[in-house]
Design a protein around this ligand. Sequence first.
Ligand code: SF4
Length: 450
Amino acid sequence: MRPDLAACYGQERLPRYTSYPTAPHFLSAVGPATYAEWLRAIPRHAQASLYLHVPFCRSMCWYCGCHTSVARRDEPVAVYESALRCEIDLVARRIDRRIKVDHIHFGGGTPTVMAPESFVDLMGTLRHAFFVLPSAEIAIEIDPRRLSSAMVDALALGGVNRASLGVQSFDPVVQRAINRVQSFGETAAATENLRRAGIEGINVDLIYGLPQQTVASCLDTVRRSVGLRPDRFSVFGYAHVPAFKKHQRRIDEAVLPDGLERHDQARAIADALREAGYLQVGLDHFALPDDAMAVAFREGRLRRNFQGYTTDASDVLIGFGASAIGYLPRGYVQNEVQIRAYSEAIAGGRLATVKGYALTDDDRLRADIIERIMCDYGADLGAICARHGAAAETVLSSAPRLRDLISDGIVELDGASLAVTAHSRFLVRSVAAAFDAHLDASKQLHSRAV
Ligand code: SF4
């Protein structure tokens, strides 16, 4: 790809399209009453996924883009965990049956700040309220710097079978610049302990575009991480949005890689992972060829939700905890972000929904197109439009950005069949954005496309 085009498209601020429409479009008109109605309306045959947000960490990484806060004591975490259990009960009573669950994801923050016995209790509450299928994937995000053997045992006892280990970079210069000093030894020990406890699914999370980061340091991090042989990697570009994340102001902008350097880092990491035997899955994941995510990708079954790429085929995602987002057939809901306000709502016996979005037919159509582009690097617009009772010509004529993408060699259009060209796959967000009818209203709120 021409460097000028990579720089031009790469610097656009675009959504990651983990939903469509994206969270900036959620409205306060959707509150607890609407959520309760949408929960009651979940079809009887539906299976659900659960997301539980734990918004606490023991220290703050300057690059962090998550809803989290620093908890140096255990008490706030224990109080919050009680609120989570109450919320599970509130939601389950509105669904009024033990809905089947095939995916559970604990995110944060650092979910493993919970006491080991609290985690086991929480899993018990979930299994009481929902029918967690024996084959369910139960995943958790882990900070390898703080993973006790008691917690590893609790995770195994609770049925966890996948762990995502935050690494980002092993370069000590970068680690100091982001306030996350983490030795390779700590990461290797966490991986080994998880595997020894029977938790075989291991993801490693890396980031490029961090302060002081170079192509050489990215490659060294990949080389060491590959030695741990995780079955999946996720590789994200650092999103510098200090206007929204105040702790990011502690990052020296003068040592942030520019657009071309970010592009070179992303490409170098992708090339190194492919050489190591990993298959690129979508925009930012890499998986060993026999991993379930790689298989889903090859078979066109890959999905995208708030956790990114997933093998989860559920059409219902129920979110628990402060800031958690849920997806139901009628639309999206989001909980109160502030921990205190969230906890007060739950303690008062109320759902903590503060905003959401009621989907229209046009949103559902565009959501399908965008999801296929993000997952498959292309979309059969004719087939998708037919499923939604729409005309592909109308959708194409409402996507004027496509013309530039085609003339710049980023997209090929054969009738109503759209494909992102092989050398342009890292710009897949730009292609998805061509079908985003809400984009202009939210552009400044998103991160760079590369
Ligand atoms: S451990 Fe993760 S969630 Fe916590 S501050 Fe660091 S990056 Fe953010």
